[in-house]
Design a protein around this ligand. Structure first.
Ligand SMILES: *Cc1c(COP(=O)(O)O)cnc(C)c1O
Length: 347
């Protein structure tokens, strides 16, 4: 791998107390090209704009997918990744669905390790601080031919992150728009899945909701996910989450929380969740919590939701499942507790 280091780090110019999530990047980035059926020219160089043809297929036909992962620093300045192999497995799944080539695990992992080693001073210690890592693949072949490309770029960029503060989050249970359909690309971390959500989300925002709970595209009867987060519902003392499917993204945070909940003796059911069931539980006071899960937010409590022109508020609960699960997960990620699951990987 070719490595070109920055002459001077940009760290002194960064206000680490006021990081706007995903808008400040570390000194270095990784790039690798796919040409003539092979991944070639792996390279780490200073973070900088890239040159790309206006006819690059990604702009026209949207062949692009990505990953989101984090690195954490413990009190002894050791850097840890959280389940990185899961991210690699998933980018392979996403790439396959979008007819893009598979990035080999060796390239993915080596790039991460070299990059983290170069940019480790960007990771601050302390709960809430981390490095958000964004690997992505896109078609950079210059051609308007509407078929799959045969040239791609794989890149990794990194952004220092502090606690993700989203304010109070209310969500709208969507009844007309859909995020993903059966047989579609909902399970892939495809760039286009996000583009399709912005417009309905703007409309929801005008009604006072920050995010949407997507329901099944056929009948809008079953809860799917929040589009950047998987969802958990607590009814009484039972935690519910929908099973993954081809229209729900297989979140690594989600599956980790499921394992932790089981270990903590929290009753958890993974099964289709009807919207009417949530409304009924709310009406009789049994709906205690709703929260989202994802790498960026870890766990995001939701304080209220809307459905069919009605707005509902959730109660404040002591010892919420979301708080318990978030702490257990963070303690593993930051090397504060043991890691009985073997999820932590030293970078
Ligand atoms: C990335 C993502 C999530 C969360 O996945 P994690 O692996 O937990 O970060 C959930 N839903 C969608 C649509 C996503 O793209």
């Amino acid at each position: 791998m070719k490595i070109e280091k920055v002459k001077k780090s940009n760290i002194p110019n960064i206000d680490f107390d006021n990081l706007n999530f995903g808008s400040v990047f570390t000194d270095h980035m990784f790039t690798c090209s796919f040409k003539k059926g092979k991944w070639v020219n792996p390279e780490i160089k200073p973070y900088q704009p890239i040159l790309i043809s206006p006819s690059a297929r990604v702009f026209h036909y949207g062949q692009a997918c990505f990953e989101g992962m984090k690195a954490f620093k413990d009190q002894n300045d050791k850097v840890w990744l959280f389940r990185p192999k899961e991210n690699h497995d998933r980018i392979i799944k996403s790439s396959k669905r979008l007819a893009m080539p598979e990035i080999p695990e060796e390239i993915f992992m080596e790039a991460l390790n070299v990059l983290l080693n170069l940019d480790k001073d960007w990771i601050k210690t302390g709960m809430g601080n981390s490095l958000y890592i964004r690997p992505f693949i896109f078609a950079d072949q210059a051609s308007l031919n509407a078929t799959e490309a045969n040239e791609y770029k794989f890149m990794i960029i990194c952004a220092p992150a502090d606690t993700y503060y989203s304010g109070e989050v209310r969500v709208k249970i969507e009844k007309s728009f859909s995020r993903a359909s059966k047989g579609g690309v909902g399970y892939a971390k495809a760039a286009g899945n996000y583009a399709a959500q912005f417009y309905p989300t703007i409309l929801a925002r005008d009604e006072g909701f920050q995010q949407i709970i997507w329901t099944d595209s056929a009948n809008h009867q079953y809860i799917e996910e929040a589009g950047t987060m998987n969802l958990f519902f607590r009814i009484g003392d039972t935690l519910l989450t929908a099973p993954i499917s081809d229209s729900i993204l297989d979140g690594i945070t989600r599956k980790s929380l499921i394992e932790i909940a089981k270990k903590e003796g929290i009753k958890i059911e993974i099964r289709p969740i009807k919207v009417t069931e949530i409304i009924e539980a709310q009406k009789c006071g049994n709906l205690k919590e709703i929260f989202g899960s994802g790498t960026a937010v870890v766990v995001m409590p939701i304080i209220g939701f809307g459905y069919e022109n009605m707005k509902y508020d959730l109660p404040k609960v002591e010892n919420s499942f979301s708080t318990i699960l978030k702490k257990k997960l963070n303690d593993i990620q930051y090397n504060i507790s043991d890691d009985p699951f073997g999820w932590r990987v030293e970078a």
